[in-house]
Design a protein around this ligand. Structure first.
Ligand SMILES: Cc1cc2nc3c(=O)[nH]c(=O)nc-3n(C[C@H](O)[C@H](O)[C@H](O)COP(=O)(O)OP(=O)(O)OC[C@H]3O[C@@H](n4cnc5c(N)ncnc54)[C@H](O)[C@@H]3O)c2cc1C
Length: 390
């Protein structure tokens, strides 16, 4: 059995669906997205969905700003509800990081990001329940917040379909097919061959394995990042803002039903490799306890919250914790992976960026920092927190 497509996108998370939407929006015809299980079944469906803007590089700052603008008017730009809640985000840093924060935020203002560095005592103005006594500064991003990653992927897919893209779920790509140094299509696990001059690998945690079928080696490790859920007690009052405590090493973001999602910002996920098939596996209270202790130090009123469970998430991590958005050495094979824990908030800009590159247009953001070739010279090993401040 054989059929054809102009572009095959492999993977139906926020990356693949955003790209499908942006390609058809640019008039590209014959776009086919293949998802092996269901839309948002991968990292997207396990994401915490925080949209914060603090990034250490100009290009990623530009991307997150472009993405935020889409989340703010998602119904008009894409259609439907992204679940975006602009509750604002606070980011606390240790005294030693204060000057770095000031310099980074000054550079970010140049690209139009709205953020204010507060003295720790002034953070109470935003979130009176915060214990900022050990901090050196607190960043306030009034426009940040969180969204619903599965809804965003679904809405992008709906919009792409309306504009003519074909989206097929339950179709696993078993190999990228090549002839010489060119891509010629994909083979599926059900024995089908789909001829296509352009294939995009947007398979997130599975991207390294799929790239290997075309002889392409991606510097991506899959690192475990568990998420824990607690229920705030009635005395807690109104929901807290998104808070990322870079000094204490934990984050919290509110969820409906008086729930709070929380996780660690101190563990180096690259040291906890995980089989992607374990995504969503159960976690234990023992594992949660040290993280909950840190969130309770940051927001003491959370000490009364009840543990409700959690899940094993994972990030597709590159050596510098920034995405790969580039054509592989095999012509026609594009990589949209290695999102390194940023893929939700960047998804609108990532889709826009890749659609420009694939159609030979100038991308809105300098593509150099996202090229695969940047790893030809070994990068100094980064950390997740270094993707906020360097
Ligand atoms: C616990 C956790 C918390 C996070 N928190 C945040 C956050 O707060 N803010 C933020 O911006 N980002 C966050 N992220 C990161 C972000 O959610 C991800 O980077 C993003 O969702 C990845 O989307 P994706 O489309 O690239 O990959 P995925 O969502 O993993 O999609 C890849 C898809 O490819 C499919 N697939 C795989 N192999 C094949 C194949 N051979 N054939 C067909 N289909 C295939 C999979 O089934 C999957 O649906 C978090 C991630 C996790 C796991």
């Amino acid at each position: 059995m054989s059929r054809t497509a102009g572009v095959v996108i492999v993977g139906g998370g926020v990356t693949g669906t955003s790209l499908a939407f942006h390609l058809v929006s640019r008039g590209v015809r014959d776009v086919l997205l293949l998802e092996r299980t269901a839309l948002a079944a991968g990292g997207t469906g396990r994401s915490v969905g925080i949209i914060r803007q603090l990034y250490p590089t100009r290009e990623t700052s530009q991307m997150v700003k472009r993405s935020l603008a889409v989340f703010q008017r998602f119904a008009d730009a894409v259609g439907g509800d992204a679940g975006f809640v602009a509750c604002g985000a606070l980011i606390g840093v240790a005294p030693a990081m204060r000057s770095k924060l000031l310099a980074t935020v000054a550079a970010q203002r140049a690209v139009g990001i709205r953020a204010e560095v507060l003295d720790p005592a002034d953070a109470a103005r935003i979130e009176p329940r915060l214990d900022a006594s050990a901090l050196g500064a607190v960043l306030w991003e009034p426009e940040s917040g969180y969204g619903d990653p599965a809804a965003v992927a679904t809405r992008y897919a709906d919009a792409a379909r309306r504009l003519g893209a074909r989206i097929e779920q339950g179709v696993e790509v078993s190999a990228v097919l090549t002839a010489g140094e060119r891509v010629v299509g994909v083979a599926t696990a059900r024995g089908e061959r789909i001829e296509a001059p352009v294939v995009v690998n947007a398979t997130g945690l599975w991207a390294r394995g799929l790239a290997r079928t075309a002889g392409v080696e991606l510097p991506i490790v899959v690192g475990r990042h568990p998420v824990f859920v607690v229920e705030r007690d009635a005395a807690f009052g109104r929901p807290h803002v998104v808070y990322l405590d870079l000094a204490g090493g934990a984050y919290v973001r509110p969820e409906t039903g008086n729930l709070t999602l929380t996780g660690s910002l101190t563990d180096d996920e690259t040291r906890h490799p995980m089989d992607p098939e374990r995504l969503g596996a159960a976690v234990s209270l023992d594992e949660a306890a040290p993280v909950l202790a840190r969130t309770s130090r940051a927001l003491p009123a959370l000490a009364q919250a009840r543990y409700r469970g959690g899940w094993a998430g994972a990030f597709d991590i590159t050596p510098d914790w920034m995405p790969i958005l580039d054509e592989a050495p095999v012509r026609g094979l594009w990589i949209a992976a290695g999102m390194s824990g940023h893929g939700f908030k960047l998804a609108p800009a990532v889709g826009e960026h890749l659609a420009a590159l694939l159609t030979g247009a100038a991308p809105p953001v300098d593509p150099a920092p996202f090229r695969l070739g940047r790893f030809a010279t070994p990068a100094a090993a980064g950390t997740f927190v270094a993707s906020y401040l360097r």
